[in-house]
Design a protein around this ligand. Sequence first.
Ligand SMILES: NC(=O)c1ccc[n+]([C@@H]2O[C@H](COP(=O)([O-])OP(=O)(O)OC[C@H]3O[C@@H](n4cnc5c(N)ncnc54)[C@H](OP(=O)(O)O)[C@@H]3O)[C@@H](O)[C@H]2O)c1
Length: 291
Amino acid sequence: MMNSIAVIGATGMTGSATVRELSRKGFDPLCVVRDRDRARSILGERARVAIADIDSRADLATALRGVDRLMFVTGRSRTLREQQVNILEAAREAGVDFALKVSGARGIVGRDSVVMLGRDHYHVEQMLQSVVPSWCILRPGLFMQNTLEQGRSVTEQSNLVIPCDGDLKLSFIDVRDTAAVAAEILVNPDRYRRRLIELTGRQTTYNDFAGIFSKVLGRPIFVSTISPEGVGERMSSLGSPPWLIEHSIAIARTIANGGFTPEQCEPIREVLGREPISTLEFVQDHKEAFQ
Ligand SMILES: NC(=O)c1ccc[n+]([C@@H]2O[C@H](COP(=O)([O-])OP(=O)(O)OC[C@H]3O[C@@H](n4cnc5c(N)ncnc54)[C@H](OP(=O)(O)O)[C@@H]3O)[C@@H](O)[C@H]2O)c1
């Protein structure tokens, strides 16, 4: 079937939002997932599903048969590089024409990045450009949705724990904007072939973000700064694996050093013809998670 669109990582934050955007546009993407029940609960009973684990190149190649355009976005993993190389090899085998990768943020992606996943994303970005006939790469900024992990801290202690000075300028993005951009690219790939697009929402600070939380929740929300080493100690006490602790420390350092500071709103304006979702809209839409 030509012009068939598939999404790998369809049950994740960015992937599920992309599937929703594609449905809104009248498309019925193939959702490549590892767990059918989970896919049903997140994407609905009517979602078109193929089962494949990204650790299995053979399963992926079978799932991608007949797929013309592919988006892939996979989560934090010690084996992200191997998993995404599997995806690319399978895409090549299945004859995928266009592949869209949601990569890491500009501040972490690089051959010599201090962040392991930044080096992995770089490797996959490079490989992508020679494996499929045509491609596009999105490098989103710091996810606003990361604050959802602090729902309990905000609810119980009215506190946002941050890895940098509260006045440091940062460029967050709502994953729904990345998803809307991704969906538009999948529907009209010709306009975006061979482009690497860095995208963020409007620059702000954690102090301003906390002010938005205070305004929407109707009570003061404070910020407290934790050092990168403090991030590591905290995760260690929670039993996180060493690679994830190392990753989180490196991300915290990158944030504090301004790696997520540059603002790049233009791609969202260009592709979607509107302003990026603001931190106010984000908190209003996720109010229940912080009350
Ligand atoms: N957090 C940030 O601020 C930030 C900023 C810029 C870029 N990024 C990048 O964004 C990506 C994460 O995006 P996200 O938060 O939208 O992802 P996410 O919510 O963690 O979703 C990850 C997806 O990958 C799927 N997956 C994981 N392992 C799998 C396996 N073995 N087989 C099949 N599917 C598997 C998950 O399936 P299940 O639902 O079954 O687990 C899920 O659908 C990362 O690559 C990260 O580097 C993050």
